[in-house]
Write a protein that binds this ligand. Structure first.
Ligand code: OVM
Length: 380
C-alpha cells in the first residue's frame, strides 16, 4: 500500500464519494469534489481535534498542537497572518537571487558526477542548504530536521511500526527542534527573528512565537524535499517533458505544481466533524474523523483529464496537494521558489535526465517519499 497507493486510491474513488474504513472507524474521501468541499468547510470540519487519526478530544497529542495546522479560527488566524507576511512576496523577492545562485553552484558540483542519487544530493541537499539558514537556526544539529519531520508525518497515521520505531528517538529530536525556536538561538535576519518581531508588535503573543517557528521547522523541510523529489522523478521518467521545460524554462513553476498534483507528497489529512453533518448525503456525526486522500483527489478522472499523466501542458491549479481553503500551505511560495531555482539550474546544464537504476521508496504514514533515486545526466 505505501509502496504503491494508486490501486487503493482508484478503488476508494470507485467505491463511492464517502467510504467507511471500519478498521479505523473513520470516513474516507477519495474524490476531488468531496475532498475539496471538506477542506474548504472549516466551520463543519475542524482541525483542532488533530489532522491525523488521533482525536485530540479523547487522546493527548504527542506534542503541543501546532498553532496553525491543528487550530481553527479565531485562534488560528493571528499566527497564520504572521506567517503569511513572513513568507510573503516581499521576503521571497529578497531571497530569489541568492537561491538561484546557490542552486547553480550545487547543480554544477553534482551533475559533474554524471551519475548520482537525486534524493540525497539534490532533493535533500538543496532545501537543507537554503532553508535552515533562511529560518536562521545554527548549523549544529541540522541532521535532526529530516528525522523529526519523518516522525511527525508518521504520527498523523495509525500507531503502526513506522510510528513506534520513531518513539525511541523522538524525545531527543523534539528537544532539539524546540530549542531552535528560542529567540536567542535565531539569527537576527531570518524568518525566525521575523516571527519574534511580530510578537514585539503584538501581532502574536510571546508564548506563541516559538510554536510558530516550530511550524516552519516541522512543515518546511520534508515536504519540500519530497516535492522536489517528485518533480525530479517525473522528469527522469518523462524525457519529452524535460525537453519541453528546457525549451520554455518559465514552466519550472508549473512543473513543480504538476508534480505536486501527480505525486501528492502529502497524501492525506483528516478533519473532525464539529456537528452532525453530511458529506454527499452520507451522515457524519459530531466528533467523527474524516480522512481526505489528497493524492486520490489529485488523480480523480472526474476532475482531471488523463489524470495519471504528468503533463506540463495542463493547468494543475486547483490541485489539493497543498490543501485548500484557509489552511492551504502557507509555505507554498517558498517551496515553489526552491524548486524553480533547482529546476532552472538543471535545465541550463542538463540535456537529458534518466533513471540509472531502480528508484526506492521511503515509507511514511503521510508522505509519498523516496529513499533513493539514481539518476544519470547528459550535460549540454
Ligand atoms: C505545523 C505543521 C506540521 C506538519 C505539517 C504542516 C503540512 C504543519 O507544525 O504547523 O503542514
Amino acid at each position: 500500500m505505501l509502496e504503491d497507493p494508486l490501486p487503493f486510491q482508484g478503488q476508494l474513488r470507485e467505491t463511492g464519494p464517502v467510504v467507511r474504513l471500519s478498521a479505523h472507524d473513520v470516513y474516507a474521501l477519495g474524490r476531488y469534489e468531496q475532498v475539496h468541499a471538506v477542506l474548504r468547510n472549516w466551520q463543519s470540519f475542524q482541525s483542532a481535534a488533530g489532522v491525523g487519526l488521533s482525536n485530540f478530544r479523547y487522546e493527548k497529542p504527542w506534542r503541543p498542537p501546532s498553532l496553525l495546522l491543528e487550530a481553527d479560527p479565531p485562534h488560528h488566524d493571528a499566527p497564520r497572518a504572521v506567517l503569511e507576511k513572513v513568507l510573503g512576496p516581499r521576503a521571497l523577492r529578497k531571497l530569489h537571487g541568492a537561491w538561484f545562485a546557490d542552486a547553480e553552484n550545487l547543480v554544477e558540483a553534482v551533475v559533474a558526477q554524471r551519475e548520482f542519487d537525486a534524493i540525497t544530493q539534490l532533493a535533500q541537499a538543496f532545501p537543507l542548504r537554503v532553508f535552515p539558514d533562511t529560518v536562521g537556526i545554527p548549523k549544529s544539529g541540522r541532521e535532526n530536521l529530516l528525522p523529526y519531520g519523518d516522525h511527525l508525518f508518521n504520527a498523523f497515521g495509525p500507531r503502526n511500526d513506522l510510528f513506534t520505531r520513531g518513539d525511541a528517538s523522538i524525545g531527543e529530536l523534539s528537544a532539539w527542534v524546540n530549542a531552535q525556536c528560542a529567540r536567542e538561538v535565531l539569527d537576527e535576519n531570518g524568518f525566525g527573528a521575523a516571527i519574534w518581531a511580530a510578537a514585539d508588535r503584538g501581532d502574536i503573543t510571546y508564548e506563541q512565537a516559538p510554536l510558530v517557528v516550530r511550524s516552519l521547522l516541522s512543515a518546511g523541510v520534508d515536504t519540500t524535499v519530497h516535492g522536489i523529489a517528485a518533480v525530479l522523478y517525473a522528469f527522469a521518467t518523462h524525457p519529452e517533458q524535460w525537453s519541453r521545460l528546457r525549451a520554455a524554462p518559465h514552466l519550472a513553476r508549473v512543473a513543480f505544481d504538476e508534480a505536486v498534483r501527480w505525486e501528492s507528497p502529502v497524501q492525506t489529512f483528516f478533519r473532525t466533524a464539529t456537528r452532525d453533518t453530511e458529506v454527499a448525503g452520507v451522515p457524519v456525526r459530531e466528533g467523527e474523523k474524516v480522512l481526505m486522500f489528497l493524492g486520490a483527489a489529485n488523480r480523480d478522472p472526474r476532475r482531471w483529464h488523463d489524470a495519471d499523466v504528468f503533463d506540463l501542458d495542463r493547468d494543475p491549479s486547483g490541485h489539493v496537494g497543498f490543501g485548500m481553503g484557509l489552511h492551504q500551505c502557507v509555505g507554498q511560495h517558498v517551496a515553489r521558489l526552491e524548486a524553480s531555482a533547482l529546476l532552472s539550474a538543471l535545465a541550463k546544464r542538463v540535456e537529458r535526465i534518466e533513471l540509472a537504476g531502480p528508484a526506492k521508496r521511503h515509507h511514511n504514514n503521510t508522505l509519498r517519499a523516496w529513499e533513493s533515486l539514481p539518476i544519470r545526466v547528459r550535460l549540454v
